[in-house]
Design a protein around this ligand. Structure first.
Ligand code: ZN
Ligand code: ZN
Length: 391
């Protein structure tokens, strides 16, 4: 059974939902139109419960199978868009100026709604399917908000699964691995305070610009010299600003901001420790003051080996092809909080890539979700429920 016939029949409807969501992209936790759309559909299709405002703007629906097993598997989609002005020219393009579904969360939400419709009609499983629609994946930690609102214990969730579409992976193909899929994402602000002065009399100043230049170079030695070459790590300085507004004035202060990424907790910790040490060392070298504000963001997205195996098997059932091994990516994903919460309960979960075919990359103004992959994604959600909780 590659794609169930009923899912093929539902695909035009799901595509219509996807494009309706695409027209009204909303950001973060402010998703009034999106959440109303999702909750209305879930109620209309006959879910056994629909709970709104979980983690502020999240929605959780339950569907009870024909069998009475006391087991619950969760499937998660993200609902939020990005502050990007759309450039696809699609007839269903964003109607909200400066906002766009440029990460395909409209597709994820529509596919999970499609799976809900199919599971409500068929109920060929024993236990509960829990459908999780989260807000604020794009930097707002909506996944954490739902976990902190008791998502896992409130709905008795054991395993939890999610997918993300992936541009330039063959359309409708699946890829996964049994460990880290996405990186941790931490952010830092560094303030270098020197002594401002006349650009022609540097001997009377402490030049924060020169110090910044040394510091940026020295920070790159962390990933190249302190981290095992076989471990992945990224440290990027992305913003530089000074308080000088003239080419003949040395600034008092230079501010640097950037991000640090890793695929394991020890490497993540090492990046912070070394960044602080390098800043202290450079400050001492030049007689400046360097303050570091280091903010921990999303943790590493780590699949549980057993659940990654189940997810890969479900994908193989859908495509008839062996599921590819996914290389991890250095982007971050707040599904990591849900995976960690499930793992702490002794279960775990998995996060899958679904190929979007040849397209612009995620977060690009010309990106669009590929509607042709809808049946594969819906069938994968359904296969997980039916295979992990068989009648
Ligand atoms: Zn994104
Ligand atoms: Zn995304």
């Amino acid at each position: 059974m590659p794609i169930p016939a009923r899912i093929t029949e539902l695909t035009p409807q799901i595509t219509h939902w996807r494009r309706a969501l695409h027209r009204v992209p909303e950001l973060g936790y402010e998703l009034p139109q999106t959440t109303a759309f999702v909750a209305d559909k879930l109620r209309a299709m006959g879910c056994d419960s629909v709970t709104t405002a979980v983690g502020r703007a999240g929605i959780v629906a339950e569907i009870i199978g024909k069998g009475k097993a006391n087991h619950a598997i969760a499937l998660r989609a993200d609902m939020d868009a990005l502050p990007i002005t759309e450039a696809t020219g699609a007839p269903y393009a964003s109607e909200m100026l400066g906002k766009m579904h440029a990460c395909g969360h409209d597709g994820h939400t529509a596919m999970l709604l499609g799976a809900a419709q199919y599971l409500c009609e068929t109920r060929q499983f024993s236990g509960r399917a829990v459908l999780v629609f989260q807000p604020a994946e794009e930097g707002g930690a909506g996944g954490l908000a739902m976990v902190q609102d008791g998502l896992i214990p409130r709905f008795g969730i054991s395993e939890i699964y999610a997918l993300h579409n992936m541009p330039n992976q063959a359309a409708g193909t699946f890829a996964i691995n049994s460990g880290a899929m996405m990186a941790s994402a931490d952010f830092f602000d560094i303030t270098i305070t020197g002594r401002g002065g006349h650009a022609a009399m540097p001997q009377d100043a402490i030049d924060a610009v020169l110090i910044a230049a040394y510091l940026i170079t020295a920070l790159q030695s962390i990933t190249s010299r302190n981290i095992d070459p076989l471990d992945a790590a990224v440290l990027s300085v992305c913003m530089i600003d000074t308080d000088s507004r003239a080419p003949n004035v040395l600034p008092q202060e230079v501010r640097l901001s950037g991000t640090a990424r890793a695929l394991s907790a020890p490497v993540r910790d090492a990046l912070e420790v070394r960044l602080r040490a390098v800043c202290d060392g450079v400050a001492a070298t030049f007689g400046a003051q360097i303050l570091v504000d280091y903010q921990r963001g999303y943790p590493v997205t780590v699949n549980s080996p057993d659940q990654a195996g189940f997810a890969g098997e479900a994908a193989q059932v859908v495509t008839g092809q062996p599921t590819a091994n996914a290389a991890p990516m250095m982007g971050a994903e707040d599904f990591s909080y849900m995976l960690n919460a499930s793992a702490q309960n002794g279960f775990g979960g998995a996060y899958m890539f679904l190929g979007n075919g040849h397209s612009a990359m995620l977060h690009h103004p010309a990106y669009d979700f590929n509607d042709a992959i809808i049946p594969a994604g819906v069938a994968w959600f359904a296969a997980l429920i039916e295979r992990r909780m068989p009648l």
